[in-house]
Design a protein around this ligand. Sequence first.
Ligand SMILES: C[S@@+](CC[C@H](N)C(=O)[O-])C[C@H]1O[C@@H](n2cnc3c(N)ncnc32)[C@H](O)[C@@H]1O
Length: 208
Amino acid sequence: MFDPLNPRNPPDDARKHAPATERNRGPILEVLRRVLPPQGLVLEVASGTGQHAVAFAQALPGLIWQPSDPDPDLRASTRAWAVSVGVPNLRDPLDLNAAAADWPIDRADAVVCINMIHIAPWTAALGLFAGAARLLPAGAPLLLYGPFRRDGGHTAPSNAEFDASLKARNPAWGVRDLGEVGRAATGFTLSEVVEMPANNLTVLLRRR
Ligand SMILES: C[S@@+](CC[C@H](N)C(=O)[O-])C[C@H]1O[C@@H](n2cnc3c(N)ncnc32)[C@H](O)[C@@H]1O
């Protein structure tokens, strides 16, 4: 995700660069504009570098964007991006582990989680569904973005290769099956699946 030799970063700059965020933020933003409420608080789980948080907070000024990540270096990166850009509706990132029973936030109007549930144990996905269910009012959206299997099979050879590489890094990781996600997200209705570039999906769940 982060190239320490990246010449864009001077030594005292905590900003990390995830090039994929620059490719996928436009298509994701199109979906966010359509399904997020015009106002309210959006919790982003697993914000990573913070590049999405900065871009989405800038593009959606009616919303308050709350980033979070369990990794302190990534929270520092999010802070550094926020300072460099200056986004008034972007909150300081929270230390939030999706798998934890307690989250450091008790309400939100939407939850967004990009590229996390396949790069974490399944318990993180289960914790995400439980935590989002605690926070969200009826009808509110939980958005997931990433690669998914459908009906037990991969949607593209590149996703099968990616899945194998994830499992080689950590056997608890792997591309999740959309049907299993829908069944595990108790308290939510699977409302929409949007096909995204590079064989990814945005999955819209709504709190019952
Ligand atoms: C591939 S990165 C994606 C980051 C960012 N959303 C993006 O699209 O660039 C995966 C992220 O998941 C976070 N993560 C891993 N396990 C987590 C957990 N249990 N709870 C919350 N975040 C987690 C990592 O710290 C990392 O920031």
